[in-house]
Design a protein around this ligand. Sequence first.
Ligand code: FPP
Length: 247
Amino acid sequence: MAIASNLVDKDRLPRHVAIIMDGNGRWAKKRGLPRVAGHKVGLESVRAMVKACTEFGIPYLTLYAFSSENWRRPSSEVGFLMRLLEIYLKRELKELDDNGVRINAIGRLEGLPASARRQLALSRRSTAKNSGLTLTLALNYGGRRDILDGVLLAAKAIAKGKLKAGQLNEEVFSGLLQTGKLPDPDLVIRTSGELRLSNFLLWQSAYAEVFFTSTLWPDFRKPQFIEALKDFSQRERRFGDIAPVKR
Ligand code: FPP
């Protein structure tokens, strides 16, 4: 069955899409605007992705909204991004809730400003029982840190006798990561022409299909997303096998 645009096969959609939203600053610079203007318009692309995933029935969307390295930016920009997060969660909570979206977050949330943390906790609590799209915001997130924290958890569990070293396999370890309750991403999208993973979901993306586009994040809307989905639907996923594997 085809989806709205008749461009993508609904049976070959990813279950989990993860996006590195890059290029906001360049988008703004090209227009002679301050960098933060790019983030503001980038939020419209976030809205468009949430709407599209809900419409297409894609159950998991993870957005790299703030990396553990982004603190290096000027404090005014960091402050703006934190306020934008709060505004988004405050203003859209009702609509997200009405659409069955479950808000989730990964990353070292304790490092975020208290007001953003409070709003995030409230949004998570009030949408916890929803069964539509799980929207995960990666905030103060770093993939290596996530793996290291998982190793420490495993070590503690082994030391306390709660886990035998021989029981630690890929599945058990995946469950110890911040994404423990999420399936691995099937499709990772990075906008703005950069060809890097930038410390995003390193363990989880082992078998993900990666889609790079030169489109800057504020310009990445439903038509561009459909292009990525179309590309994904045409890929053969072999997971190391010689023939395509359906998961
Ligand atoms: C990367 O572009 C973008 C970010 C670090 C922030 C992403 C944030 C948003 C899209 C808005 C807020 C999102 C939510 C979920 C509330 P860049 O600034 O590095 O662009 P550049 O590489 O062109 O400088």
